[in-house]
Structure formats: C-alpha cells, structure tokens
Design a protein around this ligand. Structure first.
Ligand code: GAL
Length: 435
C-alpha cells in the first residue's frame, strides 16, 4: 500500500513528537492504515488530510513537578455528580489545600452515559450533570483551579456503565478541549486487543496511548495526559512518555497491604521519572478511614519521596484536622514538588526496613526511613549511604516533627511499625570538618 509523501512527513513528525520509532513500527503502519480513523486504530492517509493540527507541537511543558489535586473515586467510587465536584472544589480552597498546591479537581469514571448522542457525541449523565460538564468546569476554573476528566481507551469504562473512547479519540479530545478540560485520565478497560492480531498486548496499548496523545496535542490546549494503563505486563513506564504520568501498580485500596504493594512496585522504576513525566502508584487514600494515622503519614511520605502525583482521594468536605495536617505538610510537599524532578531510589530494604534517598535541587537529600514490618524497629544508615559526601556536619530536619538533630555521618532512629521517619538532610556548614 502506497504512503503519500505528506502522510510520511506527518508520521515522521508524530514519531519525533512521541518518541523513538518502536521496533514494531512496520506492523503498526500496516495496522494503522487498515483502519479508518485515528481513534479506531488510526489512519495515516486520513491523518494527512486532517487539519494541520495533527502536526502541531504539544502545547508545551506541563506538570514539570508532579500534578497535585483531588479525585473522587477512592472515596465516592462512581457516585460523583456535579454537586460533589463543586463541593470538593470549594473545600479544596477553604481547607487551604489549594494554597498548599493542590490544583486539579478530577472527575473519575461514571460521568457519561453508555451510549453516544447524535454524531457520536459523549453524553454526560443527565441525572449527575443536569447542565452538562462545561458549567462545572467553568465553576472550577472560577475558583482558580483546574479540571480533570476520565475516559477509557477501550469500548467502555471499567465499571461498564459508560461509553469508552475507542473509535472517537479525536472527537473526544476535541470535546474535552471545548469544555475547558485541563487533565485527562485515560483508563485501560475493555480495550479490543483482538482487533490487532499482529501486535502484542503491549504494542496495542502503546499504539492507543500514542493516538490519544496525538489527539490531545492536536487540540492545542494544554491537557495533562495521565495514561492509566495499570496492566503490569504492558510496562507503561517503558514507553508512555511524553504522557505526563503512567500507572505502575494496580488500583489502590484503603488498607495497608495495598499501600505496601503499590509502593514496592512503584519504587523500582525510579529511573523512569523525570520532569514532566511521573510514575503513578495510584491516588492517595489519606483520610478515607481504612488505615491509621501512621499508615497515612507513610503513604504521603512515600508518595512524596517517589515524586508521585499527589491526588487526594478523601471527602474534602468532612476532613479531620489529622488528615488535613498530613495532606498540607508543606515540607513534605516541597520534597514531592522539588524542581529537580528526581524520584527517590532505595538505598537498602533489608528485612522490610527501607532507606530511600531523593536528590533535591539545592543539594539537600530527602531521606525516608520506612518500617514496613509489624513491629517497631531501629533503622540505620549514614549520610554517605544516602549519597552525601563524607567529612561534613549535617542537619537532619524531621519533616513531621519539625525537630532538628546534627550528625557527622551515622543516622539511626526508632521507627514505628508501618511508619516512617522523614528527614531533609542539609549540610550544616560548607566548611569541611578539620578537627
Ligand atoms: C479503574 C482505575 C481506577 C478508577 C476506576 C473507575 O480502572 O484504575 O483508578 O478510575 O477504573 O471505574
């Protein structure tokens, strides 16, 4: 099948935009050409006749530090409606969370009907969103916040209640941009892998993720792109950039074993995180009631240390002072939002006693000592093991207590079961120790 010169240029520009040409590109070209629209496997010939937006560069750098916000799913599941979103947005402001950096108010699955309207338009559920999505977006924007939405890459959403985007990527991206959406969570349910017999599961996922990425870029609206492919064997951390985040772990649940699983999965991929593209161990459960204060403090600390998106998942309108104190800890948030954009790496993890070290832009280190076990334990390390040069005095700022201690090297501290001690380590003075 002949490829026109124009189509080839478009393809090469798109490849340049979305990354290296994968080894299976030959197969993908064949697949792409055999279908009829970009949202249904894509079509290079069609792409060449599309408006020029298909070759426009992406809207510019987004989320150079991990996105922060709220999503209703962990607390309300699919029962989110216009009123819930409006109350959450108000509470984000009133609670001081907006001031602490939380910006995105994200609608999760279940907002649209299972069928589409005339011309294939997505239909917001008229009971949940009687005036549609746009006025809700406008309200969120009026508070100085940003709005996120959800759609599945496949035929329907994961709960099988709503239409998916398959076959409509360009149309849906344009709709979201028209509504003023600032963030898209692109989920991975009911993907018709069987339509691509010559590709592996992972290749199909990569193809679809790229197609929606192109559709979003084509809108010219800056929209954070959250590739929610939680399929472990797909390994989205290997290919999802230039998307802004990608899942590394299954859906989190509000219990400690789930926190631990998602942490241990996500922590391995520290080399993949960098400014503008983040590993996502899933949203926060802080304040949802299934874990204790120590465990929620651990989730928040570990997520910040791993430069994870901080997407609160609790009911912001009835937040306890304890929950608020965790979610708005500025010193911990500063570690998450550090402009260097590094994810912590594990220094050691012997017998479930973890030492994590994260390099920070000003030369400090953020060090989390995490005791995953069921009994209190002393965790030991040294500043050198944490990656700092020996021969200097260091100050350890405890990010939860605010207390400071000094060391010339050794660090050893009692850590409660399931708990953390979180230090920001800075050189006490620039002069080397001489005595
Ligand atoms: C899952 C997704 C969750 C949530 C849910 C909604 O696939 O990972 O975060 O969005 O769908 O049904």
């Amino acid at each position: 099948m002949a490829i026109s010169a124009g189509a080839l240029v478009v393809f090469l520009v798109l490849v340049a935009q979305v990354g290296m040409l994968p080894a299976w590109a030959g197969a993908s070209i064949a697949t792409v050409e055999s279908t009829t629209d970009l949202g249904h496997g894509g079509n290079l010939s069609a792409a060449s006749s599309l408006p020029e937006f298909a070759i426009m560069p992406p809207a510019g750098p987004l989320v150079l530090t991990p996105p922060m916000g709220w999503n209703g799913y962990n607390r309300f599941h699919l029962k989110v409606n216009a009123a819930t979103v409006v109350s959450a947005a108000r509470a984000l402001v009133a609670s001081g969370m907006k001031g602490a950096g939380y910006m995105y108010v994200n609608l999760d699955g279940g907002w649209d009907l299972h069928w589409r309207g005339p011309g294939g338009a997505l239909l917001p559920d008229p009971v949940k969103f009687p005036h549609g999505i746009r006025p809700v977006v406008d309200y969120v924007h009026s508070l100085g916040l940003k709005f996120g939405i959800y759609i599945s890459a496949g035929m329907q959403n994961c709960a099988a209640t709503s239409a998916g985007s398959y076959g409509h990527y360009q149309q849906d991206a344009a709709t979201f941009a028209f509504w003023g959406v600032d963030y898209l969570k692109f989920d991975w349910c009911d993907v018709p892998f069987k339509n691509y017999p010559q590709l592996t599961h992972r290749q199909v996922s990569e193809l679809l993720a790229r197609q929606m990425g192109i559709a979003l870029a084509a809108t010219r609206r800056p929209i954070v792109y959250d590739v929610n492919d939680w399929g472990g064997s797909d390994e989205p951390w290997m290919w999802a950039r230039p998307a802004n985040m990608w899942r590394t772990a299954p859906d989190i649940q509000d219990r400690y074993p789930s926190l631990l699983l998602n942490f241990t999965r996500n922590v391995q991929h520290y080399e993949r995180a960098a400014r503008g593209g983040w590993n996502d161990p899933d949203m926060l459960e802080v304040g949802n009631g299934g874990m204790n204060f120590t465990e929620y403090q651990s989730q928040f600390s570990l997520w910040a240390e791993m430069a994870a998106p901080l997407i609160a998942g609790n009911d912001l309108t009835s937040m306890s002072a304890d929950t608020r104190s965790i979610l708005t800890n500025q010193a911990v948030i500063a570690v998450d939002q550090d402009p260097l954009g590094r994810q912590a790496y594990p220094v050691s993890s012997s017998a479930g006693l973890w030492v994590l070290s994260k390099q920070l832009a000003n030369g400090d280190r953020a060090v989390v000592l995490f005791n995953q076990t069921n009994a209190p334990a002393t965790i030991s390390t040294t500043v050198a093991q944490a990656g700092l040069p020996s021969g200097f005095d260091y100050t350890l700022l405890n990010l939860w207590s605010g207390g400071e201690t000094d060391t010339s090297g050794p660090i050893a501290v009692a850590v409660p079961a399931h708990g953390v001690v979180f230090y920001r380590i800075a050189r006490t003075e620039t002069r080397p120790i001489t005595a």
